[in-house]
Design a protein. Sequence first.
Length: 229
Amino acid sequence: MIVTLDDSLLQIEPTFKIGIIHYTKIVVSPSPQMLKGRLQLFQEQLFFEMEEKKVTEFNGIKEWRALWKKFGADPNRYRHSTEALYRRIAKQNYITPMHSAVDLNNFFSLQYEIPMGIYDFHKIQGDITISLGTEDSQYAGLNGRENVLKNIIALHDTAGAFGSPFVDSIRTAVTKDTTEAIQVVFLRPSISQEEGEKLLHSIGDMFHQIHGGEVNSILLSNEYKEWRN
């Protein structure tokens, strides 16, 4: 598989960076109590913090809203997934555990204040291109709606769009049957190359502790736009 970061994004934001983590031989299961407890506790802490602090004042949320607008999308109409999670928590509408892969992905997203996606490797068709979405970039999403990703960062394979920092598709969703996955970490542009790589290793290590298997990661940027895996 080849993963390519398209120039359509880099021309608008030259410091744009994205992390790709490839997991093989993993076992997805109901979340262990440790993960459920940490996810619940973190949400409760965020709820109390947001009684004094607006969602848009969190650095990661703020930076991604600015990036959203820079790419031409309305951050108030199409909120990136992390902001949507924070707004749920502000209403005490806490995330319901699903399974270990999704729950850990949500925990990372909340902790680092960045959108993240995780996809079943075997449901992806061909190579992946990460580019600015058009009116043709659309799919049935996990939000129960048909989503059009115009001016929103989108992941495409040969069958079409399948993921974004807005909402992911049903087609490539990870389930308890998934044994190989691609995790996409939508990093803040302000993060350095070194900090980004450390973050990817940290995420990969914790995912490995729960799911086993093997981990391989890469950070794509203006300096390194393609990964052949």
